[in-house]
Design a protein around this ligand. Structure first.
Ligand SMILES: [Zn+2]
Length: 207
């Protein structure tokens, strides 16, 4: 197990990209477990939809995300064991809270990176995501799903992982969100390969 928590990578605001991610030469999906704790007003149905959206983004990169619901009172959850385990890069954690205490109002998330240039924990912020959905008229599940994929991307790619375009761009535009709603926003081929390489070096399950 590797601990994670040091530098905070300010999340995005808005963004886009296009090319589906094809990881050549791989016949298996690598599985990554992601525990999710919702401590915000976000509806469970919206969270479920967002997980499906984020899952599809990662499927295009050859990765299957296994979601673990941890709720607010994790100790009371049936999957509480999965809510306490953490291991980079095979078991990551997301927390959805109302707003960031430290980052700008427009930041929709933050990833916490450790010394080994990866991380296990990321936060998503409900209020800026809700505002984004209102001004863009894109569904909250699509906005949140791509924000989740973006922050998980930070955890798996490590520091300096923003890119000029695509899912990992630091600031999304309205056009980017429209593309997201059409399923066109994803990791670049280079990012897919970097993530695949890190996962293959880690202890992950395959199917
Ligand atoms: Zn970011």
């Amino acid at each position: 197990m590797k601990s994670c928590t040091v530098a905070v990578v300010p999340g995005l605001i808005l963004l886009l990209l296009l090319s589906p991610c094809l990881v050549r030469g791989r016949s298996q999906f690598v599985q990554v477990r992601v525990s999710v704790r919702n401590a915000s007003p976000l509806l469970p149905s919206t969270l479920k939809g967002a997980e499906q959206v984020a899952g599809r983004v990662f499927q295009r990169a050859g990765i299957e995300i296994l979601w673990v619901s941890c709720g607010v009172g994790a100790a009371d959850e049936p999957s509480a064991i999965g809510c306490s385990e953490v291991s980079f890069p095979s078991h990551l954690h997301l927390q959805i809270i109302s707003a960031s205490r430290d980052l700008s109002r427009s930041a929709v998330g933050a990833a916490f990176l450790g010394k080994e240039n990866g991380g296990c924990y990321a936060d998503l912020f409900y209020e800026p995501i809700h505002r984004l959905q209102e001004v863009s008229n894109v569904s909250p599940a699509v906005v949140l799903g791509h924000a989740i994929a973006h922050e998980l991307g930070h955890l798996l790619l490590g520091s300096n992982s923003h890119s000029p375009r695509g899912l990992m761009r630091g600031h999304w535009t309205r056009h980017d969100l429209e593309d997201a709603s059409k399923g066109r926003l994803g990791f670049s081929s280079e990012q897919c390969l970097r993530i695949a390489a890190r996962l293959e070096r880690g202890e992950t399950d395959t199917r």
